[in-house]
Write a protein that binds this ligand. Structure first.
Ligand SMILES: *[C@@H]1O[C@H](CO)[C@@H](O)[C@H](O)[C@H]1NC(C)=O
Ligand SMILES: *[C@@H]1O[C@H](CO)[C@@H](O)[C@H](O)[C@H]1NC(C)=O
Ligand SMILES: *[C@@H]1O[C@H](CO)[C@@H](O)[C@H](O)[C@H]1NC(C)=O
Length: 433
């Protein structure tokens, strides 16, 4: 290898020498005899500069990524020492380095972290290799004004890879115990999101486990071109509002090959999201795959181009759901749910335009328009007497709803203010419209 490079270098040098000699002699023929000597040597120096520049460029691009380990910045990983500052320092180093960078969280250790913000833009594409465990502070006062625990903000070309061992643990129990959903005497307050990706383009999240978040487990906000694969997200079925993967204001995202069991939505897709692909997902327990809730507080909501292709839901409250509040506006459109298996699901197929998770939601005329929704090849069993429920707005009935090869055992279909077309065999069929 080295010998071959030397030979190539010698050849290039020889070729350049010949070239500059030819050039110089041509110039001398054109009457530049006096400058001949000087020209020749200048030219050679210039060529040598070019070659050494070329060599260092080749070296840089062949160089393995630099690894910046949090342990080099004093992180202890004993599960008790506060490693937040070490992570911040390691981040600063990684984010400001040139060339591909790996920020390493070593395997087999547990790093105790308070709320932490890892902010871009960074100089180069960055991989955060989380092979060990990140463990959240359980002291609620540590979170002061922060509704987030780990926040990645404004970082293009970021990859977070858990290598199959990496775990992010929100230790959410103290938050759940203080939730008004567990204890009616407590005020209803928000708890932090475990991992947030904000305002980042070209994002990858792979092979990572996230568990027991304080509230939402993974939130992807205002991002584009996102791939999430092989993640495992878990929390107890009764943990309040622990959405698995929350997608909002994000375009071009695919979530695939993942297993999610939580106390709230498996995946929730919120306003501003476009071109969302969900493939090969296993959900349960939890509230199923949801678009919405949309139109909260009379807001204007838009979601379009959502495909859920390949999902298995077991023992969930809902299967595939679109939920909107009364009083909103905007649209949820061009949505496909296909190749889905449901097992013991309370509301396998549901559009709820009367969604309300507050003590009271008033009756209102306006609604988010639901349009062009296809349910294709969906089968399984209901855990209640509902199989298909379309409760659409009276003033803005659901348009272009297609049921194609749907077979859900053990429940009825109720369709209100919905324009439904049956294709292929459909069971049960809408009893009222
Ligand atoms: C991110 O990738 C894009 C497209 O490859 C590139 O134009 C941009 O410079 C990259 N930014 C960083 C910080 O790596
Ligand atoms: C229907 O969906 C199931 C998954 O629930 C899948 O295994 C099967 O291949 C699909 N059938 C067709 C015809 O695509
Ligand atoms: C359907 O929505 C209407 C409001 O549009 C509401 O009054 C009714 O209770 C809802 N039905 C069900 C079964 O949720």
């Amino acid at each position: 290898m080295a010998r071959c490079c030397k030979l190539v270098t010698v050849f290039i040098l020889w070729a350049l020498l010949m070239l500059s000699w030819c050039e110089a002699s041509r110039n001398s023929l054109n009457g530049y005899d006096n400058s001949y000597g000087r020209f020749k040597s200048d030219s050679l120096i210039k060529r040598r500069d070019d070659i050494s520049r070329l060599k260092s460029f080749v070296k840089a691009s062949l160089r393995a990524p630099i690894t910046v380990s949090v342990s080099d910045f004093g992180a202890k990983g004993d599960g008790e020492t506060d490693d937040t500052q070490a992570f911040v320092d390691a981040w600063k180093k990684a984010c400001s380095s040139n060339g591909a960078v790996n920020l390493l969280v070593p395997k087999g250790k547990t790093y105790f972290l308070k709320p932490i913000q890892l902010t871009g833009p960074c100089k180069s594409p960055l991989t955060v290799q989380i092979l060990g465990t990140l463990s959240a502070s359980q002291k609620r006062s540590d979170y002061k004004d922060s509704s987030k625990w780990i926040m990645f903000d404004g970082i293009d070309n970021l990859s977070v890879d858990g290598g199959g061992t990496g775990t992010v643990d929100g230790n959410g129990e103290t938050w759940w115990q203080n939730s008004c959903k567990w204890n009616k005497a407590k005020p209803c307050t928000k708890a932090p999101t475990a991992v947030t990706f904000y305002n980042s383009n070209n994002l990858r999240v792979n092979n990572l486990k996230v568990r027991n978040a304080q509230q939402i487990q993974i939130s992807i906000e205002k991002c584009s071109d996102v791939e999430v694969t092989n993640v495992v997200v878990t929390a107890p079925g009764n943990s309040p509002n622990t959405d698995g993967i929350h997608i909002t204001n994000t375009q071009n995202i695919r979530v695939s090959k993942s297993i999610i069991g939580t106390g709230d939505d498996c995946i929730s897709i919120e306003s501003g999201s476009q071109n969302v692909q969900i493939n090969d997902i296993t959900c349960g327990p939890g509230h199923g795959i949801s678009i919405g809730s949309l139109g909260d507080d009379n807001s204007n909501a838009f979601v379009s181009g959502v495909t859920v292709d390949g999902a298995k839901l077991s023992d969930t409250d809902n299967g595939v759901r679109i939920k909107t509040y009364q009083g909103g506006s905007g649209t949820a459109s061009n949505i496909i749910f296909e190749n889905i298996q449901m097992e013991n699901v309370k509301n396998p197929i549901i559009i709820d335009q009367d969604y309300c998770d507050k003590s009271k939601c008033p009756q209102e005329k306006s609604a988010v328009q639901v349009r062009n929704v296809v349910y294709r090849n969906i089968s399984g069993t209901s855990a209640s007497d509902n199989a298909i429920t379309f409760n659409c707005s009276k003033n803005h009935p659901c348009q272009g709803i297609v049921l194609d090869k749907v077979n859900i055992k053990g429940g009825k279909a109720t369709c209100t203010n919905a324009n439904v077309i049956d294709k292929g065999a459909v069971l049960p069929q809408c009893s009222s419209t």
